[in-house]
Ligand binder design. Structure first.
Ligand SMILES: Cc1cc2nc3c(=O)[nH]c(=O)nc-3n(C[C@H](O)[C@H](O)[C@H](O)COP(=O)(O)O)c2cc1C
Ligand code: SF4
Ligand code: SF4
Length: 247
């Protein structure tokens, strides 16, 4: 059984391809509680890497469905740059939730974190994604053989530093809309944290923090959502536009 979370599509694509490759069922955590998992099934989680750690929405889901931890857990993180010390940090996070046997894997795809970086051109991103997908058979074998990704060494304080950085970044006060907004409500409907409400036809962030998936920002049809000053004038990430063509 593959359970996944995907903010902007990379992890969804990987979860679906891996499901075909490994003949495992696939379940989006936004669709609610996982179906019953059978004794003989492998449990795999696919999610994007956020600040070298798991997205808050995934941690909450695992905590809420704590019975999942009777299984060994294979975690496949999609990322834009590198796993870095992620394997150590995520192992620590999972151990806090009772997952004593976790195997961490990573797949470098392309970044959607435009507060810090630029998205790649569609051609470059399509190539990067194809390269990543070509590695899936090896990852499937690593999962079957219970081989974990290598991790960079990290100081004992590493996890709390990474979480503090993420917690600071995911304050919704960073988000605002410009006059381009047409009040279509897509951001409200698609936010996995239910953090946006349309009030008088304009989105308002009604929760202090969200999971920071950036779906609202990338998918707004008129590019009306910004995150501080750092996203102004930058291209948005629309992987679905080139997934179907090339993958
Ligand atoms: C809040 C946030 C933090 C991120 N942090 C990292 C990171 O620490 N390292 C990295 O390589 N990529 C990072 N990324 C990039 C994503 O992990 C990457 O683009 C991922 O494949 C997106 O998956 P998705 O399309 O399924 O949401 C970050 C993205 C977001 C939105
Ligand atoms: S998706 Fe964009 S245009 Fe639609 S309501 Fe949200 S900000 Fe406005
Ligand atoms: S407010 Fe935007 S970035 Fe935050 S969880 Fe919702 S869709 Fe994702």
């Amino acid at each position: 059984m593959i359970i996944y979370f995907s903010g902007t599509g990379n992890s969804k694509l990987v979860a679906e391809k891996l499901s075909v490759l490994m003949k495992e069922r696939v379940h989006n955590i936004e669709d609610g509680a996982p179906p019953i998992i059978y004794e003989q099934e492998i449990l795999i989680l696919v999610a994007p890497l956020y600040f070298w750690t798991l997205p808050s929405i995934v941690l909450s889901y695992l905590a809420e469905h704590e019975y999942l931890n009777i299984k060994e857990l294979h975690v496949l993180m999609t990322c834009g740059g590198a796993l870095g010390a992620g394997a150590t940090l995520i192992t620590k996070q999972l151990s806090g939730l009772g997952y004593d046997k976790a195997y961490i894997h990573a797949l470098v795809m392309t970044t959607n974190y435009i507060p810090l970086h630029n998205v790649q051109s569609p051609d470059m991103a399509a190539k990067a994604i194809q390269t990543a997908l070509n590695k899936l058979p090896d990852i499937a074998e690593d999962i079957r053989q219970k081989r974990s990704a290598k991790t960079s060494p990290i100081l004992g304080m590493g996890l709390s530093i990474a979480r503090r950085m993420y917690d600071k970044a995911r304050h919704t006060q960073h988000f605002y809309t410009t006059n381009l907004c047409i009040g279509c409500g897509l951001c409200e409907r698609s936010c996995p944290s239910h953090a946006i409400r349309l009030i008088e036809n304009r989105p308002k962030w009604i929760k202090a923090k969200c999971t920071l998936c950036l779906r609202c920002l990338h998918h707004c049809p008129v590019v009306a959502i910004e995150y501080g000053k750092s996203t102004v004038g930058k291209d948005r990430y629309h992987p679905e536009k080139f997934f179907s063509k090339n993958n």
